[in-house]
Design a protein around this ligand. Structure first.
Ligand SMILES: O=c1nc[nH]c2c1ncn2[C@H]1C[C@H](O)[C@@H](COP(=O)(O)OP(=O)(O)OP(=O)(O)O)O1
Ligand SMILES: [Mg+2]
Length: 200
């Protein structure tokens, strides 16, 4: 199956390529000159579907959208949908982390709970009335300072109690197994296996 990944995020592309593995040939939307869709949705699900439809329309291929973000309880779930542009410039992870640490200044570890959320939406064509939707969550808390070199985005400040380290301290294969994206993709694979007419 050929699939276009409706994302311009290199970190996601690398992880989804590793996770999808054999059976699916994943093309980055940039290979077709597809520019970013307007993320006007009010939920991760709406944005994931919107991105997938946009890429399917532009390429004529089935498309996979990933909308994901970091939801911090002490900030009422922010940055959430707006994680990529939290500090005002889209995709500037350093500035986003700096702002997050500023907003959480003085808040003790016990009150820094957070979770990563990833919603994947697969459409067979732009008007697909039944997109395959899969969600994954990863519970943790926000560190007081960055730790680790792996991964991307907010990984350096996301502490996973299940692993006893930050997401950026995890080797890629462990992160892919246990992360919100890994869990969402596992759920998507189950959906794909049970959906007639999609060959993977
Ligand atoms: O595993 C992750 N580890 C660290 N940070 C992460 C992760 N997964 C999402 N994130 C953060 C990055 C970005 O600040 C936001 C995603 O925003 P989101 O709009 O879904 O992606 P994006 O704009 O970077 O690329 P695109 O929309 O083209 O897929 O959440
Ligand atoms: Mg985005």
């Amino acid at each position: 199956m050929r699939l276009v990944l409706a994302s311009s995020n290199a970190g996601k592309l690398a992880e989804l390529r590793d996770l999808l593995g054999e059976g699916i040939t994943l093309h980055a939307q940039s290979e077709f000159g597809v520019t970013d869709a307007e993320e006007t949705g009010l939920s991760f699900i709406e944005n994931a579907i919107l991105k997938a439809r946009h890429a399917a329309r532009a390429t004529g291929l089935p498309a996979l959208g990933d909308d994901s973000g970091l939801c911090v309880d002490a900030l009422g779930g922010a940055p959430g949908l707006y994680s990529a542009r939290y500090a005002g410039r889209h995709g500037d992870s350093d500035a986003n982390i700096d702002r997050l640490l500023r907003e959480l200044e003085g808040i003790p570890d016990a009150d820094r709970s957070a979770r990563f959320v990833c919603v994947l939406a697969l459409v067979r064509h732009p008007e697909d009335p039944l997109p395959l939707i899969a969600e994954g969550r990863w519970e943790g808390r926000i560190l007081q300072a960055r730790r680790g070199q792996h991964g991307f985005g907010y990984d350096p400040v996301f502490f996973s109690p299940a692993h006893g380290c930050s997401a950026a301290e995890l080797p890629p294969d462990i992160k892919n197994r246990d992360s919100h994206r890994g869990r969402a993709l596992k759920a998507l694979r189950t959906l794909l296996a049970n959906t007639p007419g999609i060959d993977t």
